[in-house]
Design a protein around this ligand. Structure first.
Ligand code: MG
Ligand code: ZN
Length: 371
């Protein structure tokens, strides 16, 4: 039995909210084109939050299983992204994040490489030379597929040691997640000491916990051997707190910044067909969305984007045995599905993100603001 007991009153209240989500989704397409009132046309800062495996049913679950309105409610533009990979209808996190980070459509398992396995330049590699600050935060290891595609190039997502070797010279200003086992000279096949290489390249490295405050140096924070703990195992507020810390640090650059924040384990809850795992990770991600939106409210040159890479679990909010007043979260697969994923946008330029588009278009839409 789920720890998220169905509550009749909450449900009734939320029926209104969920129908308004659907209305927003429908109207998003109309409103997106008409919304020309914004004073600032072009964002200086982009915060891209990726809920790995977060399809529309997962987003909908936040309306049924959170006591207050989820932060998804604060967005004013909604669109849909088609998620297929090159050669496969159903996408994995590597092909999807490569599409988002480089604009190319590639095969499942590819980390920042095209069909011929040639490196494709990533958004970070393009904007770092423009003196724009960058950050990557995840609840998986930093070397896992989604974050890896933003800074590394590898033919296989499983080449964690090779992927890790891109980090010390990446010039990313703020890095936080798991992955110490891929940095450790005693665990690496090539015996390279990547912690030392980080320090040689001007990083302050933390492996004990989130530091109390930011420094002037670039910061790399690794708080687990591989993936971070689950929320159910007591991860606490790592994701929202790291997001807040990154925003404090990156916003000191007058040229602007790009921050990618991943809720990686929404996907893992989906693979495990574990509703409690999925929903606790989803609500943690929602809290981090709140941090991003609060920052943007005070820093109006900021565009906040929330999307997913694909859907996981074939998750659905079924009626419980025909009882239309009771929801029984249900899964149809232990893998991914081909369903479109929502994208939520708020801030200058948000009206570029309504409608339906391919995963590769997200890169082009974001890059346009940095050119
Ligand atoms: Mg991921
Ligand atoms: Zn997955």
């Amino acid at each position: 039995m789920s720890i998220f007991e169905y509550k009749k009153n909450v449900m009734k209240k939320n029926v209104k909210i969920i129908s308004s989500l659907l209305v927003v989704l429908a109207l998003g397409f109309l409103v997106a084109g008409a919304n020309k009132k914004q004073a600032i046309k072009k964002p200086k800062n982009i915060i891209l939050l990726i809920g790995d495996g977060m399809g529309l049913s997962q987003v909908s679950a936040s309306y049924f299983f959170k006591d207050t309105a989820p932060n998804f409610d604060r967005f004013t533009t909604v669109g849909l992204i088609k998620t297929s990979a090159e050669g496969d209808l159903v996408c994995d996190s590597a092909a999807s994040a490569t599409a988002y980070a480089t604009g190319i459509s590639t095969y499942n398992g590819a980390i920042g490489v095209d069909l011929q396995k040639n490196p494709a330049p990533t958004i970070l590699e393009k904007i770092i030379p423009m003196n724009i600050s960058t950050g990557i935060i995840t609840t998986s290891s930093v070397m896992h597929a989604t974050p890896a595609c933003f800074y590394a190039h590898a033919a296989s997502r499983r080449s964690y040691q090779d992927i890790a070797a891109f980090l010390p010279t990446s010039k990313i200003d703020f890095i936080a997640g798991g992955g110490t086992e891929f940095l450790d000279k005693n665990k690496r096949e090539d015996k390279r000491d990547l912690i030392r290489e980080f320090e040689d390249n001007g990083y302050e490295v933390q492996t004990k916990g989130l530091p109390k405050k930011t420094t002037d140096k670039k910061q790399a924070i690794f708080l687990a051997d591989d993936g971070m703990d689950k929320m159910l195992e007591g991860r606490g507020d790592f994701l929202p707190n790291a997001t807040k810390m990154a925003l404090d640090k990156l916003s000191t650059n007058e040229n602007g910044f790009f921050l990618m924040v991943e809720g990686a384990q929404i996907d893992w809850g989906g693979h495990d067909n574990d509703t409690d795992y999925l929903i606790t990770e989803l609500l943690d991600f929602d809290k981090s969305i709140g941090v991003a939106l609060d920052f943007a409210a005070k820093n109006p040159e900021t565009l906040v984007l929330v999307t997913a890479d694909h859907e996981t679990g074939g998750f659905t909010l079924s009626a419980d045995n025909g009882d239309y007043n009771k929801i029984k979260p249900t899964f149809s697969t232990g893998g991914h599905s081909a369903t479109m994923v929502p994208i939520f946008a708020k801030g200058p330029g948000e009206n570029n993100f309504g409608g339906i588009f391919n995963n590769t278009a997200l890169f082009e839409k974001m890059m346009k603001f940095f050119n």
